[in-house]
Design a protein around this ligand. Structure first.
Ligand code: C2O
Ligand code: CU
Ligand code: CU
Length: 475
């Protein structure tokens, strides 16, 4: 408590009038939107996906006209997309050619403890590690992978290590003729010469990052600045959007259009919901259907509207600016007829609970959970395999904290005591300033030690994290 209070006072007085001005927005709308390469399956057998990832330093041009020293998977930024089907067995061989220890965490996937890539299983520089797991039925959705080394996630994610992991349902209810685009949105911060900008230890900038999480003024979609996405008038596209930034919350709007929101972290809803905007905390994912309302030859910009997730004292300059994400360009030619979208997508079976279901309470303060910093040798919560529990996450402070649980997907049931309108599968839920969220989770299988934490990566690194141990027979 004392330390935090002092830190707050100190950095507040250092802030003064000289909060760094964000450099100007990247101007030129660039190249056609690329899709990250899909990682090649090395195993010809049906139902087995075997892939290789090499994490290594590289030098790439991220911002036009400059080069940047990065860390990447298989030489690409973002890393290659891993595509599998429900029921597949997945084997990923990681080779760590970084000059430091790393892990790969399969964010949102339900898998055995030692395949989770948590800080309990570090892969040292020069070493290999094999992650093996099976994709459960009913989990089709958009996931992602990123490093999770102890205290170093902000650095390694910021250096460029992340990629998408898509689980497909062979009976996907969304018609296959609807073209699909993956949009991995990330942000970063650069020096003028293209070097990635990280704060000096002990600097004012570091104190601000510790509060807000590291945000960058340059927005990328699939590693491109302001790419162009082509849409035919009248046509419908399915966008899988992943917010892979370390802290930024996206509030997406496409002027003149609505989004048909069809899914979240763990896949499709039961029924689509029409929305003006999509709010997407870092690490969350959505699936939306976008219908081309524009006329041939016109353009419209996908925008990131301001979202106030900050404590008033630390709101960065320019937080209230609208940022451009990508340009939607309407193709020439006559409008096409949109395919029919099913009114019902799939069943999302409610996780059963009642008034006897145990409720665990987690109090979030700035950088701590229940007043404590992470200790890998401490177990913060114990449960048995097969248990169902309600987690009540109370955010006691004046900024948002996106709360994430490893290993087990959950269903949000209420916000500030009010039931949510419909169920969906989530692995991360944004808990806005001074609000309380309840979710229900069942520990279906896989005993082990599972992290739960704030997914603002700076908070995670500081220790805003705890450990749930699920005990039971090892399969
Ligand atoms: Cu993206 Cu511990 O998680
Ligand atoms: Cu995770
Ligand atoms: Cu946080």
């Amino acid at each position: 408590m004392r330390r935090r209070f002092l830190t707050t006072l100190l950095s507040a007085s250092l802030l003064g009038a000289c909060t760094p001005e964000p450099p100007p927005e990247p101007a030129v709308a660039g190249a056609p939107l690329a899709q990250p390469p899909v990682l090649q399956d090395l195993n010809p057998a049906d139902g087995i996906v075997e892939v290789e990832l090499v994490a290594a330093p590289d030098r790439l041009s991220l911002v036009p006209g400059t080069e940047t020293d990065v860390y990447v998977y298989n030489g690409t930024f973002p890393g290659p997309t891993i595509e599998v089907q429900e029921g597949d067995s997945v084997v990923v061989r990681l080779r760590n050619d970084l000059p430091e220890s790393t892990t790969i965490h399969w964010h949102g996937l339900h898998l055995p403890y030692h395949a989770d890539g948590s800080p309990y299983d570090p892969v040292e520089a020069g070493e290999d590690y094999t992650y093996a797991f099976t994709i459960p039925e009913g989990t089709a959705g958009t996931y992602w992978y990123h490093p999770h080394p102890k205290d170093r996630t902000t650095w390694q994610l910021g250096k460029g290590l992340f990629g998408a992991f898509i689980v497909r349902d062979p009976d996907d209810p969304i018609p296959a003729e609807i073209p699909e685009r993956l949009l991995i949105v990330s942000d970063n911060r650069f020096e003028e010469d293209g070097t990635l900008s990280f704060p000096e230890p002990g600097s004012r900038e570091e104190a601000i990052d510790e509060q807000n999480g590291r945000e960058g003024d340059v927005l990328f979609v699939n590693g491109q600045v302001m790419p162009r996405l082509e849409l035919r008038p009248g046509d419908v596209q399915r966008w899988r959007i992943l917010n892979a930034s370390g802290a930024r919350v996206l509030r997406l709007s496409l002027p003149g259009h609505t989004f048909l929101h069809v899914g979240s972290d763990g896949g499709l809803f039961e029924v689509p919901v029409e929305r003006e905007e999509i709010l997407l905390a870092n690490t969350e994912r959505v699936e939306v259907l976008v219908r081309g309302e524009g006329e041939a030859g016109t353009e419209v910009v996908l925008e990131d509207l301001p979202y106030d997730r900050y404590r008033p004292l630390y709101r960065p300059a320019g937080w209230d600016a609208t940022r451009d994400v990508l340009t939607v360009q309407y193709a020439a030619g006559p409008p096409v007829e949109a395919p029919t979208i099913p009114a019902r997508l799939r069943e999302v079976a409610p996780t059963p609970y009642d008034e006897d279901t145990p409720v665990r309470i987690f109090r979030l303060s700035q950088g701590r959970i229940n007043g404590q910093l992470m200790d890998m040798n401490r177990i913060d919560a114990r449960a048995r395999l097969g248990d169902t529990e309600i987690w009540e996450v109370r955010n006691l402070v004046g900024m948002d904290h996106p709360f994430h649980l490893h290993g087990f997907r959950f269903q949000v049931i209420s916000r500030n005591g009010r039931p949510v309108p419909f169920l969906s599968w989530k692995d991360t839920v944004n808990v806005p300033a001074r609000e309380t969220v309840r979710f229900v989770v069942r520990y279906t299988d896989y005993p082990g030690k599972w992290m739960f934490h704030c997914h603002i990566v700076d908070h995670e690194d500081i220790g805003m994290m705890g450990v749930l141990e699920v005990e039971g027979p090892v399969p």
